[in-house]
Design a protein around this ligand. Structure first.
Ligand code: PGA
Length: 253
């Protein structure tokens, strides 16, 4: 049985005070929910403050990005070693990184290698753009992104993959549970071809893209979908708590 994982990607929202307030609003309720791994991914500048507030709870911490070099003259960047010890997870290859910051599959691959090397658990994001979706290229694109991201990576234990169709992110137009389940099944097959059936069967694959309290049950009731990467709805404490609660309930059935 794979433990479902719900991660909140706060993106470039909240200053430190707002982050502290938001996490205080949800901490105790999240802590009380069993059967789901809960991860918060605030901006870099708030990681330390949020870490303090969730210490001694079951809530885990993740970063939204990192650079692949260990240290040096890379003004403005954050290295794997800076994050190790601060958080457990790191979102890599998010479509906004690919779209606005020119991250290629090769860069994502370097980041995955660096994260694994530093003991961080990647939440590797893949997903097709609207025109690729309409051209029937979903399988091709997603399979390529998974393979390229993992070139030269030895069995990445603890890896999480997030399938996020780009056309569903922040648009209010989520995929259907069935669509997401089918593509996630393909991702699992790709993982099986790379690392074997046991690895694939044990690896969690999330859906992301306009997940809300109103549609989370549709996703997590699908057999292949092991949780969600939540953007906008993770900034509202009651809604995020509801998403986690519903996941726990659906998975216990
Ligand atoms: P959204 O974002 O939930 O706001 O669509 C999801 C994501 O980008 O991870």
């Amino acid at each position: 049985m794979r433990l479902p994982i719900i991660a909140g990607n706060w993106k470039m929202n909240t200053n430190i005070d707002q982050a502290v307030e938001l996490v205080k609003e949800m901490r105790d309720r999240l802590h009380g929910i069993d059967g789901v791994e809960k991860v918060l991914c605030p901006p870099f500048v708030s990681l330390s403050a949020v870490k303090g507030i969730i210490a001694a709870t079951s809530v885990r911490l993740g970063a939204q990005n990192m650079y692949y070099e260990e240290k040096g003259a890379y003004t403005g960047e954050v290295s794997p070693n800076m994050l190790a010890g601060l958080c457990e997870y790191v979102i890599l290859g998010h479509s906004e990184r690919r779209q606005y910051f020119g991250e290629t599959d090769e860069i994502v691959n370097r980041k995955v290698k660096a994260a694994v090397g530093a003991g961080l658990l990647p939440i590797l994001c893949v997903g097709e753009r609207l025109e690729e979706h309409e051209a029937g290229k979903t399988e091709e694109v997603v399979t390529r992104q998974v393979r390229e991201a993992l070139v030269g990576v030895d069995t990445p234990d603890g890896l999480v993959v997030a399938y996020e169709p780009v056309w569903a992110i922040g648009t209010g137009k989520a995929a259907t549970g069935e669509q997401a389940n089918a593509t996630i099944g393909l991702i699992r097959e790709t993982l099986a071809s790379l690392y074997g059936a046991d690895f694939a069967a044990g690896t969690r694959i999330q859906y992301g893209g306009s997940v809300t309290a109103a549609n989370i049950a549709e996703f997590v009731s699908q057999p292949e979908i092991d949780g969600a990467l939540v953007g906008g709805a993770s900034l509202k404490a009651p809604e995020f708590v509801s998403i986690v609660e519903q996941t726990s309930r659906v998975r216990r059935r």
